[in-house]
Write a protein that binds this ligand. Structure first.
Ligand code: AMP
Length: 181
């Protein structure tokens, strides 16, 4: 990605200080998604390394990962699979506990969402500590999927999430970095 494009994309992200609690700089991508050029470029750039390779499914993490993941699935002609917070999916699920900053939570996927051996790209808007993505990768692997990559528009590298996911053997693609939390 060119420096100019990275600059334009970064400028399309809105930062809201102290949301949802004091000390957090919330990186709001609704402004990026509302900008037709920025949204298209972000989707194109995220999947660029896998253009032309066979992807069976894109798995998106609730909720912003659904929007970006849906666009990516269309782009690579794959299916789309939702990974949701506990209790939201209607059919039988497998579920995985994941680490939050304080405590834990659960994410779920339909038990029949994937076939063993399917090639999957995981998508969310942002990776911070990597706890959510780690839980999602464990879920996908539990169903026998091959997690080809994890893609995020934004990386908060000071929190170490992308490094954690790479250590699980999953290539990580991110487009923009912001320092701090
Ligand atoms: P983590 O599990 O720590 O990597 O957190 C990732 C999830 O929390 C993603 O679904 C993000 O949308 C959300 N998130 C964490 N930190 C921020 C932030 N500073 N701005 C916006 N979203 C965030």
């Amino acid at each position: 990605m060119t420096l100019e494009l990275a600059h334009d994309l970064k400028a399309s992200v809105r930062t809201i200080p102290d949301y949802p609690k004091p000390g957090i700089m919330f990186r709001d991508i609704t402004t990026l998604m509302g900008d037709p050029r920025a949204f298209r470029r972000a989707v194109d750039e995220l999947v660029q390394p896998w253009a032309g390779s066979k992807i069976d499914k894109v798995a998106g993490i609730e909720a912003r990962g659904f929007i970006i993941g849906g666009a990516i699935a269309h782009q690579v002609s794959s299916g789309f699979v939702p990974i949701r917070k506990k209790g939201k999916l209607p059919h039988t699920c497998v579920s995985m506990e994941y680490a939050l900053e304080y405590g834990t939570d659960r994410i779920e996927i339909h038990v029949d969402a994937l076939q063993p051996g399917e090639r999957v790209i995981l998508v969310d808007d942002l990776i911070a500590t990597g706890g959510t993505a780690e839980g999602a990768i464990k879920l996908l692997r539990q169903l026998g999927a091959e997690v080809v990559a994890a893609c995020f528009i934004i990386d908060l590298p000071d929190l170490g999430g992308a490094a954690k996911i790479r250590n699980m053997g999953v290539p990580v693609r991110t487009l923009l970095e912001f320092g701090g939390h």
